[in-house]
Design a protein around this ligand. Structure first.
Ligand code: CO
Length: 208
């Protein structure tokens, strides 16, 4: 890829934005109040704003390998804290995707250096749901299901955080689990039982 092309594209993008709204950038400069925090995979095929039809200012984004929310990950925790407590987003969506390389790597026993302790968190998801997953004979279907279960477990991790529980009580913040089907482009709502999960984990993870 010629990186010069990136800067040419940028000039065209500026022109196209100004053509429809001459104040577009001066408005953007005034600040942000997105209503959605999106936590997705870093995979280059899974765009955040583009596949949702959203533009600058509309979604706060965090991406990492396999859309993980790990409690000691200061980066992810800071994004959530800032989005929930300061930007006061109304929704958090954890979005996984089929054919996720991170999830696939966690299904194999290959040693991947520094990635191993990271991928262990996905292997933990496999362990929690081992009975269901091992009951799926077709490897591709098992892989797809692990992608979905990983999204669900990362939603649970988000719901465990104090700021999320507080925002739910005070202003009805909601957490959603989504999967992007890379083969069709479709965004699927897994319809996780947010309130059920919250009630279930409160016994152990109640924070105030
Ligand atoms: Co991925």
């Amino acid at each position: 890829m010629e990186l010069a092309k990136v800067f040419e594209n940028n000039q065209q993008w500026i022109q196209s934005k100004l053509a429809t709204d001459k104040d577009f950038f001066s408005e953007l400069g005034k600040g942000q109040s997105p209503e959605l925090l999106y936590v997705g995979c870093s995979d280059s095929r899974v765009t955040a704003e583009e596949m949702m039809g959203l533009g600058p200012g509309e979604v706060f984004v965090h991406r990492n390998i396999a859309n993980m929310v790990i409690s000691i990950d200061l980066n992810a925790a800071s994004v959530i804290e800032y989005a929930v407590t300061h930007l006061k987003v109304g929704h958090i969506a954890i979005c996984g995707h089929y054919s996720c390389g991170g999830v696939k790597a966690a299904m194999q026993s290959e040693y991947l250096g520094l990635l191993n302790p990271y991928l262990r968190n996905i292997r933990d998801v496999y362990r929690i749901h081992k009975d269901e997953l091992n009951g799926i004979a077709d490897e591709e279907k098992r892989y797809d299901r692990l992608v979905e279960l990983n999204v669900q477990e990362q939603c649970v991790n988000v719901i465990k955080t104090a700021c999320v529980q507080k925002a739910y009580r005070e202003r009805g913040l909601k957490v959603h689990g989504w999967v992007f089907d890379i083969h069709t482009g479709k965004l699927i709502d897994l319809k996780i039982d947010f309130e059920g999960i919250l009630k279930n984990i409160m016994e152990i993870y109640h924070l105030d």
